[in-house]
Design a protein around this ligand. Structure first.
Ligand code: SF4
Length: 483
């Protein structure tokens, strides 16, 4: 009896959209879930996204590839984004979509791609005075270091996360967890991180930070000195002394220039801290989660002996308040010149509420930062440095998923973009590990051709709809099972 022939095995085909080079079985997706083997062709799994002001809500997301297109007319102002467009690794090929259009009567070209960024990271701004960690402290996710605490700015703490050293320079786990954290941050998800010798913080773009389990509510109105400057006139005549407690600069109204200008009398107060200029004190405490970003839970700890020769007297009134107005206390000096806590008078409550009212909502801001000055330029032009010069000279406009980018001066095309300005889910990843971000380069058609652009690949939106936009792979076939 002869053996029955084995059923023909389905063929895997190779995706060459990134260095991982997955072999993908029919109906399956590759390691990044961005590409699939669809009936023997490698296709991008997400639709390309068009933005248009003519569509309801100012912008609408529509599928682009022929297989998804419903045949509806494309509005004249449609802008093809890089989201879902696919990439061109190893970059000698023209970018997936090079689309011509007329903008304000001018012939323009937009070159659209999804760029793979091994060199990328995020800059995070967290609106809080709470102590997250010392400058330079390591920031960890699931125990792996993904970045560090950067500078403290005005009412905010900066974090610098990702970068090539964490993505590819450490252990596999470090690279994988860094890539995953960056991806989630860029796609608007919440990521919990822990700072060495500091706090835990949950960061989500456009949302309040949660520090050690407590959602932050208010960004401070200013430093203690600035708060004195803004509100001294509101306190005049209502209280004898005001101290605005702040981790950076604590202000004292009777000594501050704002008080002097108003003729505020001295009170004999003494602050334990480094006096900078009159009425401005540094380092009244250690940083922490207490009053004004200090570790204080009792503000009286920063006061020394009251001096009767310089104005201290029984009955003198004192308001102590933090820079957000969230913490406040009112005191009256007794016969021994010791502050005794009393209820806050209604007249002063209004001024404390005014501080609170002037504080802005505390948010996390996430800026993606990447370097687009490398090999992907070859997908735009045969002479890559001309693209760099054109972007730097503002002849070419760079956007990411339709969002405006800030391009750093100097060498390369190093840009930053606010992730909340891109449609949700615009970022992807490949397991090298690296992030994938959409990019669009828009310039006049004449300038594009002059820079050595891929003229033969220019298509109108309508042409692209008619011809489809699937990934043009050579689809090298691997026999199954692999030998
Ligand atoms: S990981 Fe790379 S090779 Fe694999 S499917 Fe994704 S883009 Fe293609």
């Amino acid at each position: 009896m002869s053996e029955a022939p084995l059923p023909e095995a389905p063929e895997k085909i190779r995706c060459d959209a990134c260095p991982v080079m997955c072999y993908i079985a029919p109906g399956q997706t590759g390691a990044c879930d961005r590409y699939a083997n669809e009936a023997g062709r490698i296709t991008r799994t997400d639709p390309v996204i068009l933005l248009s002001h003519a569509l309801e809500g100012g912008a609408r997301i529509v599928p682009f590839a022929v297989r998804d297109w419903d045949g509806a007319p494309v509005p004249a102002d449609s802008f093809v984004t890089g989201i879902g467009s696919g990439t061109t690794y190893p970059d000698y090929k023209p970018a997936p979509f090079i689309v011509s259009s007329r903008i304000d009567g001018a012939d323009m070209v937009t070159v659209v791609t999804e760029a793979i960024f091994s060199y990328c990271g995020v800059k995070v701004k967290i609106d809080t005075d709470r102590f997250l960690g010392h400058e330079g402290a390591k920031v960890r996710v699931q125990g792996e270091v993904i970045g560090h605490v950067c500078t403290a700015e005005y009412g905010s703490q900066m974090l610098s996360l990702g970068g090539v050293h964490h993505l590819t320079g450490g252990s596999k786990a470090e690279g994988r967890i860094t890539c995953d954290a960056l991806l989630r941050l860029c796609n608007g998800e919440a990521v919990e991180m822990v700072v060495d010798h500091g706090s835990s913080v949950i960061v989500q773009a456009g949302q309040p930070p949660i520090v050690d389990g407590v959602p932050e509510r208010r960004m401070r109105v200013g430093c203690g000195s600035a708060t004195i400057g803004m509100f001294a006139v509101q306190w005049q005549g209502l209280v004898d002394e005001v101290v605005v407690v702040d981790d950076h600069i604590t202000g004292v109204v009777s000594e501050h220039q704002a008080g002097k200008v108003l003729g505020w009398p001295p009170t004999g107060i003494r602050i334990k801290g480094h006096r900078s200029t009159p009425g401005r004190y540094f380092k009244v405490s250690e940083p922490g989660l207490g009053w004004g970003g200090t570790k204080l839970t009792d503000p009286l700890e920063i006061l020394g002996e009251w001096n009767p020769k310089k104005g201290a007297r029984p009955g003198l009134t004192l308001l102590m308040v933090s820079t957000t107005g969230e913490e406040f206390a009112y005191y009256v000096l007794d016969e021994a010149l010791q502050p005794q806590r009393r209820d806050l008078p209604d007249a002063l409550r209004t001024s404390v509420e005014l501080i609170d009212e002037n504080c802005e909502a505390s948010l996390c801001t996430v800026l993606f930062m990447g370097g687009a000055g490398g090999s992907l330029r070859a997908g735009v032009t045969r002479n890559p440095v001309r693209l760099t010069r054109s972007v730097q000279g503002r002849v070419t406009r760079l956007t990411s998923g339709g969002a405006e980018c800030y391009v750093w001066p100097g060498g390369g095309i190093t840009f930053m973009v606010d992730v909340t300005r891109l449609p949700k889910g615009a970022f992807g990843y490949v397991p090298t590990p690296a992030l994938v971000a959409p990019l669009e380069f828009t310039l006049a058609r004449a300038d594009y051709i002059a820079m050595g652009g891929h003229e033969d690949s220019i298509r109108t939106v309508d042409q692209t709809l008619a011809e489809g936009g699937e990934y043009p792979t050579a689809a090298s076939v691997q026999p199954w099972p692999r030998r």
